[in-house]
Design a protein around this ligand. Structure first.
Ligand code: PPY
Length: 499
């Protein structure tokens, strides 16, 4: 057995010249990694010579450090008894947050998915809330995603025996208790110590399919290990410039039983999420001006942008046969935004597309998935004679979904299922696994009631004639531009003479 290093030895390496840190009882020499750390060197230097586990855990998958540092920098175990405990100063702000956590309402007072968002906003750290809730530029698309559902109205049918209603379905040939799957969202441990595993465990109980994110904070294997035998999971892929890494990830996912590969195609560069950027900036020492270019990673760009440099900006249609050659998993393109690309996807023979704008986090003024669905269904019918839902080419939609009625509108218009991201994320940030279970239960209750009120016994009865979507692509009413309006000073009115 290798000898344990003492805390005293580690503590001597506490500078930029020689920087050792302890993570999970092991010592790492990160001196040469300091300037490559996507989160910046400052945060590592804060823990130079010390135990960084508490800071490391919420953000990184457990194997991030071991896979990123060359073996010769793994210095071996430390005798933890000899390591000075890191006392994390509890700020007044943090105390107030803890108080808010204790004051959360009981779960039975949570009535809808909006409630989770409201609680999450109050109990998350500012940084986590900024990262999760942020969206691109003026966040117009982010708000439009939900608003678009308001332009679709129901045409319910009556006098059908709706004693028994069933909204279960099949997604890529796999049973799902509802036409909803958990869409990928990154960095789950920013909001709860169990991160994405909260979703896995709740999904097992409710028969819902989870899409595992490339950038989860739990490791991929932890998330797969947390699943029950037979539980279906998909994998969301950010394509790495290093195709060997991509191939390894994809084939590992397949070998672990993942049933579908959702390749993200709307993020060659991450959008500017200014809430996230501002938070990062404020957290840093304001006297340090960060610059981009020569130093590589521009650290002023927020948590997401900092870790996105691995994404392949050169990804193109011609690469798709390569994906098909390395896996038998069905391939789905996530982030298709017009009928022309949906048609091309169909022609190259992928299994489906997700009509999505990445939760409004990429191109601002991109249209909502539900609006794109309407044109995709019409054009694929016209040009390829397809009808939807279609087993051989499945259409998914995500963004802005908060109610079963939103989902049912998408189903009526031809979607196979709908992805829900932030609401499930917020439900575990607010209440852990139980929160996610409650979110599923809420959707269950909403589906039951709304299927009855629509006059639909199964999803097959939820047909295009059940909705009026004639205004879906009308953009005459745009969502309010909050940033602009808050800064704008009204001209005021003519006033009466003072009396
Ligand atoms: C997002 O934040 O929208 C993501 O998709 C996750 C992410 C996080 C960090 C880098 C790239 C993508």
């Amino acid at each position: 057995m290798s000898e344990r290093l003492s805390g005293k030895t580690v503590a001597q390496h506490n500078s930029r010249e020689s920087c050792w840190i302890i993570v999970h009882g092991k010592v790492y020499d990160v001196t040469e990694f300091l300037d490559e750390h996507p989160g910046g060197s400052k945060i590592i230097l804060k823990y130079a010579g010390k135990d960084a586990t508490q800071e490391y855990d919420p953000i990184h998958p457990p194997d991030a450090i071991t896979t990123n540092l060359p073996l010769e920098k793994h210095l071996g175990p430390v005798d933890l008894e000899t390591v000075e405990k890191v006392v994390v100063e509890i700020t007044d702000e943090e105390k107030a947050r803890q108080e808010r956590i204790s004051n959360r309402p009981p779960l039975d007072e949570i009535l809808n998915l909006h409630d989770f968002e409201s609680i999450a906003k109050q109990v998350l750290t500012e940084k986590a809330w900024a990262y999760y809730s942020s969206a691109a530029d003026d966040e117009i698309t982010n708000r439009e995603n939900h608003a678009a559902y308001h332009r679709i109205w129901f045409r319910p049918r009556i006098l059908r025996d709706v004693t028994k209603v069933d909204w279960s379905t099949q997604i890529l040939g796999h049973k799902s208790s509802m036409p909803v799957y958990i869409s990928a969202t990154a960095l789950g441990k920013l909001g709860h110590p169990d991160g994405e595993m909260n979703l896995t465990r709740a999904a097992a109980k409710y028969g819902v399919i989870q899409m595992i994110p490339t950038l989860a904070s739990c490791s991929f294997d932890e998330i797969v290990d947390a699943a029950q035998p037979g539980q279906v999971q998909f994998f969301q892929l950010y394509v790495n410039k290093d195709r060997a890494v991509t191939k390894r990830l994809v084939q590992h996912a397949e070998s672990r039983g993942v049933k579908g590969l959702f390749v993200t195609v709307d993020a060659p560069q991450l959008g500017r999420r200014e809430k996230d950027m501002r938070m990062k900036f404020e957290a840093e020492d304001p006297s340090v001006v960060t610059k981009s270019g020569s130093e590589g990673v521009d650290r002023s760009q927020g948590a997401a942008r900092a870790i996105s440099s691995f994404i392949d900006t050169a990804l193109k249609w011609d690469d798709l046969p390569w994906f098909k050659s390395i896996t038998k998993m069905p391939l789905i393109l996530k982030g298709v935004q017009c009928w022309e690309d949906a048609l091309e996807a169909y022609d190259v023979g992928v299994a489906g597309v997700v009509l999505s704008n990445h939760g409004g986090r990429q191109l601002d003024f991109a249209r909502s998935g539900i609006e794109i669905l309407v044109e995709v269904v019409a054009k694929l019918k016209e040009k390829r004679g397809l009808s939807f839902p279609n087993e051989n080419f499945q259409l998914f939609v995500d963004g802005g979904v908060r109610r079963a009625t939103d989902v049912l509108k998408a189903i009526a218009l031809g979607a196979t299922a709908v992805g829900v991201g932030r609401p499930f994320l917020y439900s575990f940030c607010a209440y852990g696994q139980e929160g996610v279970e409650k979110a599923f239960q809420i959707l269950h209750d909403e589906f039951e009631m709304n299927m009855r009120l629509l006059g639909a016994r199964t999803l097959k009865d939820v047909v295009p004639e059940m909705v009026d979507a004639s205004n879906v692509s009308s953009h005459i009413v745009v969502p309010g531009d909050n940033l602009y309006s808050n800064n704008y000073e009204s001209m005021g009115y003519a006033k009466l003479k003072e009396v």
